[in-house]
Design a protein around this ligand. Structure first.
Ligand code: ADP
Ligand code: MG
Length: 252
């Protein structure tokens, strides 16, 4: 489903070139939950941007369901981004002149789906999963950093994308909200969503089918058993839920 081959990405900083990705390859099957760990500056956000069609690699290819993402024209790539990829940015901007729920509804306007009562219901449900139900009609600048981050997660999930790319989505959240969001990701995974999540938090590898580590622009896969001493979870979340059963506040 996602296959990146020989990805190199350099940034120019003044007269220096910074190599953020050095021949990185990664292959993730449909419905897999992959976690990417690694120190700050290792290249995690850059890789996610390249896979998500946001950051053009200096060389290499990204195949997404058989299409070469970086060989398409910008319009075709934008369409794939809008309809197939839910991207949770590390520092997600919210539009301050729109309410929380209007921000969550935005991705719907960029896809073919029309704004609808069903859309509003879905956005409301997602905000409840994020613990933001009561803040739906507040404005983003009335919210804390962690709350704004949850607007970004809800927006990314609004169109029910088959691929979710999440850059440290639970970075500054309390542990209860974090579990609620991770349980929702586990539920999406069981429904067949492919998830690639960047995190610093070793305990979250418990949710992953596969764990990768990045170091200085390179990547390698670590076993979730040997690498992190965590139990690999396939069909049920860490709380031992049955497959297919929805977390109580999840959105279909
Ligand atoms: N826009 C940019 N311009 C110049 N250098 C950048 C830019 N974005 C990232 N880098 C550099 O690329 C490397 C990888 O960055 P990044 O992908 O953000 O790492 P991570 O997400 O793992 O912290 C770092 O050395 C960073 O300083
Ligand atoms: Mg980053």
């Amino acid at each position: 489903m996602i296959c990146a081959v020989g990805i190199t990405k350099s940034y120019t900083e003044g007269s220096n070139a910074v190599v953020a990705l050095d021949h990185v390859g990664i292959e993730i099957d449909r419905g897999e939950f992959a976690v990417i760990m690694g120190r700050s500056g290792a290249g995690k956000s850059t890789l996610l941007g390249v896979i998500g069609g946001l950051l053009k690699p200096s060389s290499g290819q990204v195949m997404l369901n058989g299409r070469s993402l970086w060989s398409l024209d910008e319009r075709a790539r934008a369409r794939i981004r809008a309809e197939e990829i839910g991207f949770v940015f590390q520092n997600a901007p919210a539009i301050n002149s729109l309410t929380v729920i209007e921000n969550v509804l935005l991705p719907e306007t960029f896809s073919d789906k029309h704004r609808s009562i069903a859309g509003t219901r879905r956005a409301t449900g997602l905000l409840e999963v994020m613990g933001l139900g009561a803040k739906a009609h507040a404005y983003p600048d009335e919210l804390s950093g962690g709350e704004k981050r949850r607007i970004a997660i809800a927006s990314a999930l609004m169109n029910d994308p088959p691929i979710v790319l999440a850059d440290e989505p639970t970075g500054d959240l309390d542990s209860e909200t974090e579990s609620q969001i991770m349980d929702h990701f586990a539920y999406l995974k069981r429904k067949g969503t492919t998830i690639v999540m960047v995190t610093h938090d070793t305990k979250l590898t418990a949710y992953a089918d596969r764990v990768f580590r990045m170091e200085c622009g390179t990547i390698h896969e670590v076993s979730s058993h040997a690498g992190t001493q965590q139990t690999k979870i396939t069909n049920s979340g860490p709380s031992g839920r049955d497959e297919g059963k929805m977390p109580k506040s999840s959105v279909q």
